[in-house]
Design a protein. Structure first.
Length: 248
């Protein structure tokens, strides 16, 4: 059986008409925008203000975590603030960095979003950042990119639980199995996989090789709605194959 994994640099075949996914669900930090370095840059000074130390390795453990979970880890590192105070402080500092340095969109992300909208594919943003930050990022896109936003303060349970992706699919009125979810972090990818979406990993800071994604693409650059349709159709066919064999 041919593996559903797309090899680095390999293009998917164009999807036949009518085989586009019902929706594409996007993570934000590290997938849509490369803000993870901003979060890391905000964490170390906060810990140091309370006499602690914060290494790059410490910061990596927060990538893809909910803000609540991240706040608790920072408390363990010595930050003597409540969870809400830590979240508010970090979010404000990241937003300030975005305003000062600009928002670095990941290669190909805006182009793919625009292609999806032109193809009539529904889109959802599924992020563990809080809603006010997500909306401040979306204001910079320049077109109405997302039909639904599920943010960290909306989710019933955070990633790596499947809830955020399931909530987005429900809000869009689609079956989660008819969607593709795009993620850059192990925790985010676990959430997408657990939800039942076709899970596409686009690595950024952390490797995703052993998480179990349906496909890993090195970049979204030069990718199209048709590529996502082909991936979804290929994966759906692979999942259906065992049941066909069993009924033969």
């Amino acid at each position: 059986m041919t593996s559903p994994r797309t090899l680095p640099g390999q293009q998917s075949a164009a999807a036949p008409a009518g085989q586009l996914p019902a929706a594409v669900l996007w993570d934000m930090d590290g997938t849509l925008v490369d803000t993870e370095p901003y979060w890391i840059a905000a964490e170390a000074p906060l810990v140091e203000e309370y006499g602690g130390s914060w290494t790059h390795e410490d910061a990596l453990q927060l990538v893809g975590l909910s803000l609540d979970a991240s706040a608790r880890i920072l408390q363990d590192a010595g930050v003597r603030l409540s969870e809400d105070e830590i979240i508010s402080t970090l979010t404000a500092r990241v937003i300030a960095m975005c305003a000062d340095k600009g928002v670095p969109f990941r290669p190909g992300a805006l182009e793919l979003l625009r292609d999806l909208k032109e193809a009539g594919v529904k889109t959802g943003l599924v992020t563990m950042s809080y809603r006010h930050m997500a909306l401040s990022i979306l204001d910079l896109i320049g077109f109405d990119a997302f039909d639904v936003v599920v943010a960290g303060d909306d989710a019933t349970r955070p990633k790596p639980f499947p809830d955020p992706y399931l909530q987005a699919a429900e809000a869009l009125g689609v079956d989660i199995a008819d969607t593709v979810a795009i993620e850059d972090s192990p925790n985010g990818l676990r959430s997408a996989i657990a939800s039942g979406a076709v899970a596409l990993g686009v690595p950024n800071i952390l490797a995703l090789d052993d998480i179990g994604a349906d496909a890993l693409w090195p970049t979204l650059a030069d990718r199209s709605a048709a590529d996502l349709g082909a991936l979804h159709a290929e994966r759906a066919a692979a999942k259906a194959a065992p049941s066909k064999e069993a009924s033969a």
